[in-house]
Design a protein around this ligand. Structure first.
Ligand code: UD1
Length: 361
């Protein structure tokens, strides 16, 4: 079986790394499985893409479609056209997409239109918020997916409610956690640790990049002001996403305790998270990693497609109103955070389970 595996944007890279390792393992054991790795080029900077390939030991892609930045429509259209050409030249038995980025949706459409089967890893999660581009990507992708690989039971239930064939839903766990477990003992202390004299559990990590939090400069400044004024002077380490950096560059915002950094590598970022007092974010993937590392996490969103991180894990959803952040921050700073546990099958062996399913198709 030839699988074309798609990766496009930063959060895809941690999800494909263990799948590639598992395919290599199966092939070495004599199984008839091979892959072609296609990078769409949705993210292209070294610090959004290249360094993840190096740190996570992902092989150089067989093809890079180099679509680059653009509006949602431009990116989608560019990927559709380029990925169709790729599929016509190298027709696989299956296209495997991961996550919920524009590349995930565009590549599943291109494949399906050529009557190629589609597998979606991280299928079925739903925020029910259609103002998020990711939610549209999830719904469109799942509406034409043939094989659904899910992280949680509730994701499977969402798919069943939408009419998916139960025989095609495989509850396998979370490949993002495969990557975390694989790398947990090789995390790297970033330079900022020495530069700013960081000490374990005496600083916070923050990330923001959702359009709803960063595209309006007034909203961005309101949130940053709380991180400046209501964190007891704790250092806040803030690796800044290009989208957020562009918005912030147009403002006069200043804060001595907030240290804005370039986007960090995987090993350095998770070193900081593992040793932090807590994390404040609007990311989805980070809420899964903090759940497994059992680090308090405050999510600045109104909804989450990952409810288990709240119900089982260490995550708390506080919305996007700056005042709503205050009680959660107080609890965090006072050391009164809930203890979480780890969702079923987030055990580091998900990619092996996925490849075992592929062998049966
Ligand atoms: C995308 C994903 C989002 C994911 C996020 C992680 C979609 C719809 N969204 O959002 O789910 O959480 O990635 O980063 O797919 N840019 C660079 N260098 C790069 C890549 C982007 O400077 O390597 C700039 C672009 O020019 C653009 C901005 O960053 O202005 C946003 O990039 P884009 O890929 O459009 O969406 P993200 O906000 O990153």
């Amino acid at each position: 079986m030839l699988v074309t595996l798609v990766a496009g944007a930063r959060p895809n890279f941690m999800k494909i790394a263990p799948i590639i390792r598992a395919i290599h393992k199966a092939a070495a054991a004599g199984k008839k499985i091979s892959y072609r790795l296609v990078h769409t080029g949705q993210h292209y900077d070294r610090n959004m893409s290249g360094q993840f390939f190096e740190q996570l030991e992902i092989p150089t892609p067989h093809a890079n479609l180099e679509v680059g930045s653009g509006t949602q429509a431009e990116q989608t259209a560019g990927i559709l056209v380029a990925f169709e050409k790729e599929l016509l030249q190298h027709r696989p038995d299956l296209v495997m997409v991961v996550g919920d980025v524009t590349s995930t949706m565009a590549c599943s459409i291109a494949a399906k239109k050529l009557n190629i089967k589609v597998a979606h890893v991280e299928a079925g999660i739903r925020s029910w918020d259609l103002t998020m581009p990711e939610e549209i990507n999830r719904m469109v992708t799942d509406s034409i997916t043939d094989y659904f690989f899910t992280t949680t039971e509730s994701a499977g239930n969402n798919l069943l409610q939408a009419g998916a064939n139960p025989a095609r839903i495989y509850w396998v766990g979370n490949t993002m956690i495969d990557t975390l477990n694989h790398n947990i003992n090789r995390l790297q202390q970033p330079a900022i640790w020495q530069d700013k004299g960081l000490e374990a559990k005496k600083y916070l990590v923050a990330t923001l990049h959702r359009p709803s939090n960063v595209d309006d400069p007034a909203q961005l400044i309101r949130l940053l002001t709380i991180l400046r004024d209501k964190t007891n002077g704790l250092k806040v380490i803030f690796p800044i996403h290009p989208r957020t950096a562009k918005m912030l560059a147009g403002t006069e915002f200043k804060a001595e305790n907030i240290h804005f950094l370039e986007p960090m590598g995987y090993l350095e970022f998770n070193y900081l998270v593992k040793n932090a007092l807590g994390v404040i974010t609007d990311s989805g993937g980070i809420t899964e990693e903090t759940t497994v590392m059992q680090i308090p996490c405050i999510t600045l969103r109104d909804s989450t497609e990952r409810p288990e991180t709240v119900e089982i894990g260490t995550n708390e959803l506080v919305g996007t109103q700056p005042e709503a952040l205050l009680p959660a921050l107080e609890k965090l700073l006072a050391g009164n955070w809930k203890e979480g546990s780890i969702p079923p099958l987030w055990d580091g062996h998900t990619a092996d389970r996925i490849v075992a399913v592929l062998e049966t198709l």
